[in-house]
Design a protein around this ligand. Structure first.
Ligand SMILES: *[C@@H]1O[C@H](CO)[C@@H](O)[C@H](O)[C@H]1NC(C)=O
Ligand SMILES: *[C@@H]1O[C@H](CO)[C@@H](O)[C@H](O)[C@H]1NC(C)=O
Ligand SMILES: *[C@@H]1O[C@H](CO)[C@@H](O)[C@H](O)[C@H]1NC(C)=O
Ligand SMILES: *[C@@H]1O[C@H](CO)[C@@H](O)[C@H](O)[C@H]1NC(C)=O
Ligand SMILES: *[C@@H]1O[C@H](CO)[C@@H](O)[C@H](O)[C@H]1NC(C)=O
Length: 368
């Protein structure tokens, strides 16, 4: 099944000999090697923000983040692994390293550009995150580097076979709803959604132009039902904030439509959308069916629903509580899923049936 292209190894060794300061850990790529490139926000950031100038709001490099799996904080916003970590495991790849990790050059397995707090709009958390457009810029630079290192043909194959996993949008809608957003005075919700989707599509076209063909996106969660939204809900009933979930729903409809159009426009383009909105809603409404006990309250945080974003005590609110058994919880902190929930979402992305993940699931994207 797996065969190696040996003639190519020689060329790479030669290239490395010429540029001794850079090395590509893996030199001989199996023909079917499929890399994983990751872009997006805190659902996917495995530690890039640890290397930028930002605030503790956009950092998870302190306990109890990371403690139940890695035994130390890695920058991941969960108690353990994130969705891309499980996807890498299913694809028999190592964990994909953050792009900014010092000394990292093992790019033939892919790389992770995601940055906690990032949105599709440059204005979302501007100055504190690596926005999506800048993540694309890093990808373009990497594509160029790979062409120099591997040669045009091999680089082209690697980039075309690779899967590009993107999580983006939640922060754009949080920014719209929680701050005194000037965007809210300028645009209608529908116009704002069009701009968010437009920016995302521009980035996907940018990836396509550099050779990427396979895009996978979890759609937006019911944002109004996250513990942070319940805690803020104006009537103090802890009900979901319908306005936020509606934005997510409209975004998801526009996303499906736009990706379908893109598939018609771009030769060889394939995509996968996983319906996170539905799968998270099901777990929130019926936790025991999925092996959880608590779905409205976060494991880590303070205030109503532990919805105040203070997990770890390093942000503006220092007080926080931590649950005893995180396996019972859908949410680890006020915003982010627990590792167990991430694993279930990753499984749905990997081999979900067409009613949840389509038109392709990730297993199919990796195999074709
Ligand atoms: C990081 O940001 C802070 C606050 O905006 C600023 O004072 C500091 O100079 C910045 N540091 C670097 C290295 O850019
Ligand atoms: C929001 O912005 C408007 C117009 O810029 C201003 O009049 C209002 O006081 C602001 N509200 C808050 C809560 O900052
Ligand atoms: C207020 O609470 C009710 C449930 O009692 C809910 O249906 C409604 O959406 C809530 N309003 C807001 C703004 O969250
Ligand atoms: C933690 O919760 C899970 C899921 O409910 C359960 O299977 C497990 O036994 C619990 N562990 C402990 C130590 O209570
Ligand atoms: C999707 O289909 C599977 C069976 O093919 C079923 O078990 C599952 O409940 C369906 N999910 C939804 C959200 O409809």
């Amino acid at each position: 099944m797996v065969s190696f292209s040996f003639h190519f190894c020689f060329l790479v060794l030669f290239a490395i000999f010429l540029t001794p300061t850079h090395s590509l850990g893996r030199i001989c790529l199996p023909k079917q090697h499929v890399a994983l490139f990751i872009l997006g926000d805190s659902l996917f950031d495995a530690g890039n923000n640890d290397y930028i100038n930002t605030t503790t709001d956009n950092l998870a490099n302190y306990g109890p983040y990371g403690e139940t799996f890695f035994n130390y904080p890695t920058g991941r916003y969960s108690n353990g692994r994130l969705i891309p970590d499980f996807i890498a495991e299913f694809a028999k790849l190592p964990f994909i390293t953050p792009h900014l990790y010092p000394g990292y050059h093992q790019y033939t397995d892919g790389t992770n550009f995601a940055s906690a707090g990032a949105g599709a709009l440059v204005e979302t958390n501007q100055g504190l995150v690596i926005d999506l457009k800048t993540q694309l810029h890093y990808y373009k630079k990497l594509a160029k580097l790979l062409r120099t290192r591997l040669g045009h043909e091999e680089a082209k194959k690697l980039l075309a076979r690779a899967v590009y996993l993107i999580s983006i949008g939640s922060n754009d809608y949080f920014a719209l709803s929680t701050s005194n957003s000037s965007a809210l005075q300028t645009y209608s919700p529908e116009e704002y959604i069009d701009i968010v989707i437009g920016n995302l599509i521009t980035v996907i076209k940018g990836i396509y132009k550099k050779g990427g063909r396979k895009i996978a996106i979890p759609n937006l969660a019911p944002l109004g039902c996250l513990p942070i939204a319940r805690a803020l809900s104006s009537n103090n009933t802890g009900a979901c904030v319908e306005e936020l979930s509606t934005l997510a729903k409209l975004h998801n409809e526009a996303l499906s439509k736009s990706l379908q159009e893109l598939e018609n426009q771009l030769d060889g383009f394939k995509y996968s959308i996983a319906d996170t909105y539905t799968s998270l809603s099901e777990r929130i409404n019926n936790p025991s069916k999925y092996g959880f006990e608590i779905s409205k309250i976060a494991c880590c945080g303070t205030g109503p629903y532990r919805g105040i974003f203070s997990c770890g005590g390093k942000r503006s609110v220092k007080e926080y509580k931590l649950c005893h058994n995180v396996s019972e919880y859908v949410f680890f902190d006020s915003i982010h899923p627990s590792e167990k929930a991430n694993q279930q979402f990753a499984e749905l992305m990997w081999n979900g049936t067409p009613n949840i993940t389509g038109p392709y699931n990730l297993k199919a994207l990796f195999e074709n």
